[in-house]
Ligand binder design. Sequence first.
Ligand code: GLN
Length: 470
Amino acid sequence: MKQLIDKSIKELAVGLRNGDFSSVDLVSESIARINEIKTKTNSFISTVSNELVLNSAKEKDKNIKNVDNPLYGLPFTMKDIYQAKGTRTTSGSNVLIDYQSQYDSTVYKKVKDAGGILLGKNNLDAWGHGGSSENNDIGPVKNPYNLELSAGGSSGGPAVSVATRCVPYSIGEDTGGSIRNPSSWCGITGLKVTYGRVSRYGAIAYASSFDTVGPMAKTAEDCAYILENIAGYDPYDGNTSNIEVPKYSEIINNKLDYTIGVPKEFFVKGLDKEVETSIQNAVKELKKLGCKIKEVSFPLFDFGVALYYIIAPSETSSNLGRYDGIRYGNGRDKFTEETKRRILIGTYSLSSGYYDEYYNQAQKARTVLIETYNNIFKSCDAIISPVSPTLPIKIGELINDPIKNYLADIYTVTQNPAGVPSLAIPTGFSKNNLPIGMQIVGPHFSEDKLLNIGHQFQLVTKYHEIKPNI
Ligand code: GLN
């Protein structure tokens, strides 16, 4: 079925201004589609009342001709970790199940000020702890391509909202793959930004030195429009950068002339054959588009999982200390088994006697990882990597096997400790019609180049236009 929300952000913006359709039409389509999808896929935790969103759309329709911003009048959703006054913000956990936001996160404020209309908050792995949107008190998010499979995580709900065309885009969060993994398993495009590019203020913290806020949408072009609106310095987040925000939506039109590295260590046993073939074909496409392709080495990349699963739990054990049942929500007994495991691992790694052996050691490994990236980017502009080593996995398989669960993150946990950006884009489908994606990783603040590569690739491929039949 053809929908308005199949259109790109740019097409929607033009259509609204030409009077081909209205913001009320778009929001009405979103409401209807969310009602159709939400129970089947369990992708929403809450929705905003029809009256509120339709009134907001009517207001936007009155002004549309006077406003340039392409996000004006467009519906969107957010992962349920972002504070938005007037909404419940649960982080997928019974600890915060009735918690009402007291203020607006910066990302929400920016999108709202740009004219975005929040339709709902999406399901996830509680606190971002997971890669399959199963570790929560809401139930798993189901993959719209096959409801027995996981949508990926932890931003599974946002990915499903975009893949099923409930909204043109969603705001996700990525600490070790949470935007990229569900984007790839649901066939959409997701951008993990450079640490500090987008403010984290008002985002429920998982691991503060890894957490990033970013767009999830159908295409790199759409991500460019969203990033232009949400990036930039914020006095409420001391780690945001005041490096100027480029005009991403213009830079993406450049012809490609980059050197792209393909790390030989990434394409080994353990990587699904269909995923590997799909990425190799994508690399050939990039070559046709003018990129120079070169084999590079990413030594010791497999130690990423070990260092990530020491530092992230350490930071989360500290961040979750505030949920004592007195100031916020319910008591600590409401944490899930997986979250308790992470609090225990983190507390152990930080405790005196083990600190040097674990936390300190992991921080040293992090420095080596940063140097590895710095070295690679001396000889190439970006590198290609799988997102997930496998196709979408059956619900239940990862959550019941913690080691397998952590190892599934092998390709996505090195970028966050290094702070570098990465764009996940669809590269094809398996013979069972499951989406496959790859990531393009670049040096700090190279979002413009990554989006440029992603957009040029999407101009000559059609994978991003395909949607699940649900
Ligand atoms: N799967 C990873 C984890 O469980 C990443 C999660 C995320 O990026 N929020 O930690």
